[in-house]
Design a protein around this ligand. Structure first.
Ligand SMILES: *[C@@H]1O[C@H](CO)[C@@H](O)[C@H](O)[C@H]1NC(C)=O
Ligand SMILES: *[C@@H]1O[C@H](CO)[C@@H](O)[C@H](O)[C@H]1NC(C)=O
Ligand SMILES: *[C@@H]1O[C@H](CO)[C@@H](O)[C@H](O)[C@H]1NC(C)=O
Ligand SMILES: *[C@@H]1O[C@H](CO)[C@@H](O)[C@H](O)[C@H]1NC(C)=O
Ligand SMILES: CC(=O)N[C@H]1CO[C@H](CO)[C@@H](O)[C@@H]1O
Length: 306
C-alpha cells in the first residue's frame, strides 16, 4: 500500500474511532513497515509529511471526502484537506474528486472560522482548479473567496492562498467578470500588502488587464495617488515589471477598442487619471533610463505611445 493510500486509511480509521477503524490503521502501518522497513512514525506524520506518493484510488478518495464531511475534529479536517489537495495535484484525481461531489465538500471548509482550515481548503481548491470542468463548480464560491481575500488579515496565509486560487481561476476570460465588483479592493490590497502579496495581486490584475471586457472596470477603479509609488525606479523589479505590463495591456486594449486615451473621462483618483496623468508620464520617462533592460524596454514602448 502506498503512503498516500495508507494516509487515507489512517484518516478513515481515526474518524471511525472504534474497532474497524483501528484494524484499518494497523493494516496501513503494517504494510508500510513491510515496504519501507520499520518506522517509528504514526498516523499524524503520514498525513502531514507530504512524503507519500499520491496514488489514492476512487474508493479511498470517497472515504476521505466522507471523513471530511463528517468529522468535527479540526486536526483531522486539516489533514484530510491536505491529503485531498495533494491528491488533486494529479489530473485523474481532479476529475474523480469532482465526480464524487468533492468540490463543494472541500469548498464548504472555507467557511471555517479556523484560519488554518480555511487556508488548507483554499490550497486544495487551488489544485482542483487546474481543470476546466472543476472551475465551473468552483466559480460558485468565487465571491466568498473574494470576501475572504479582501477582508482577511493582510499578508496572511489565507489571503495568499485565496489570491492564488483567484489567479488560477482567471487564467482564461471565462470567469473574470465575477471580479468586477472587487477591483478597487484588489488595488487596495496591492498598495498595502507586502512584496509577496503585491506580486500575487499583480499576477491577477495583469491577467484581467489582457481582457478588453475588463478595461473599463480597471480604469474606473478608485486607486488614489499612492498607486504612482509603484511606478518608480526603486520598486523591486518583479513588481515594477508587472505594473508596466499592466499599463501596456490596458494601452493595448484601449487602442484595440478604437477608443483614444482620454475617452471616456474617468474621475480624479481613478486608475485612468493616474496612468494618463502628467506625473505618471514623467515617472515613465525616467524609467527609460532604468538599470534593468526589461524595465527600460517596457518604459520605451509605453512612452512611445503617449
Ligand atoms: C485550528 O485547527 C488546527 C488544526 O488544524 C488546530 O490545531 C487549532 O487548535 C484550531 N484552532 C481553533 C481555534 O480551533
Ligand atoms: C498541490 O499540488 C502541488 C503540485 O502541483 C503540490 O506540491 C502541493 O503539495 C499540492 N497540495 C496542496 C494542498 O496545495
Ligand atoms: C509577507 O508577509 C508574510 C506573512 O507575514 C511573510 O511570510 C512573507 O515572507 C512576507 N513577504 C515579504 C516579501 O516580506
Ligand atoms: C482633480 O483634482 C485636481 C487637484 O488634485 C483639481 O484641480 C481638479 O479640478 C480635479 N478635477 C476634477 C474633475 O474633480
Ligand atoms: C500568471 C498567470 O496566470 N498568467 C496567465 C494569464 O492569462 C494568460 C491567458 O490569457 C495565461 O496564459 C497566463 O498564464
Amino acid at each position: 500500500m502506498g503512503g498516500a493510500r495508507a494516509a487515507a486509511w489512517v484518516a478513515a480509521g481515526l474518524a471511525l474511532g472504534a474497532g474497524a477503524g483501528f484494524c484499518v490503521y494497523r493494516l496501513a502501518r503494517g504494510r508500510r513497515r513491510s515496504k519501507r522497513g520499520l518506522r517509528s512514525s504514526g498516523s499524524a506524520e503520514d498525513l502531514t509529511s507530504g512524503s507519500y506518493d499520491n496514488v489514492l484510488n476512487a474508493e479511498q478518495l470517497q472515504k476521505l471526502l466522507y471523513l471530511l464531511e463528517s468529522t468535527e475534529d479540526p486536526i483531522i479536517t486539516e489533514r484530510a484537506l491536505v491529503t485531498v489537495g495533494n491528491s488533486a495535484a494529479f489530473s485523474t484525481n481532479q476529475a474523480i474528486i469532482r465526480e464524487l461531489g468533492g468540490i463543494p465538500v472541500v469548498a464548504n471548509k472555507i467557511n471555517s472560522p479556523n484560519h488554518s482550515i480555511k487556508e488548507k481548503a483554499l490550497n486544495a481548491l487551488n489544485n482542483l482548479s487546474v481543470n476546466v470542468e472543476n472551475q465551473i463548480k468552483i466559480k460558485t464560491f468565487i465571491s466568498q473567496v473574494c470576501e475572504d481575500v479582501l477582508s482577511g488579515p493582510l499578508d496572511s496565509a489565507v489571503q495568499l492562498a485565496g489570491l492564488r486560487l483567484l489567479t488560477n481561476m482567471m487564467v482564461t476570460d471565462e470567469h473574470q467578470h465575477m471580479l468586477s465588483g472587487y477591483i478597487a479592493d484588489l488595488f487596495r490590497v496591492l498598495l498595502t500588502g507586502n512584496g509577496t502579496t503585491k506580486v500575487q495581486v499583480l499576477k491577477l490584475l495583469v491577467n484581467l488587464s489582457e481582457n478588453p471586457a475588463m478595461t473599463e472596470g480597471l480604469l474606473s477603479a478608485q486607486v488614489g495617488s499612492p498607486f504612482l509609488s509603484l511606478v518608480d525606479g526603486c520598486v523591486a523589479q518583479e513588481i515594477l515589471l508587472r505594473v508596466l505590463t499592466l499599463f501596456q495591456n490596458i494601452n493595448n486594449c484601449l487602442r484595440a477598442g478604437g477608443r483614444p486615451a482620454g475617452q471616456p473621462p474617468f474621475p480624479n483618483g481613478s486608475l485612468f487619471s493616474l496612468l494618463y496623468g502628467e506625473e505618471c508620464v514623467q515617472k515613465m520617462q525616467a524609467l527609460v533610463y532604468h538599470h534593468d533592460v526589461d524595465v527600460r524596454e517596457k518604459a520605451v514602448t509605453i512612452t512611445s505611445k503617449f
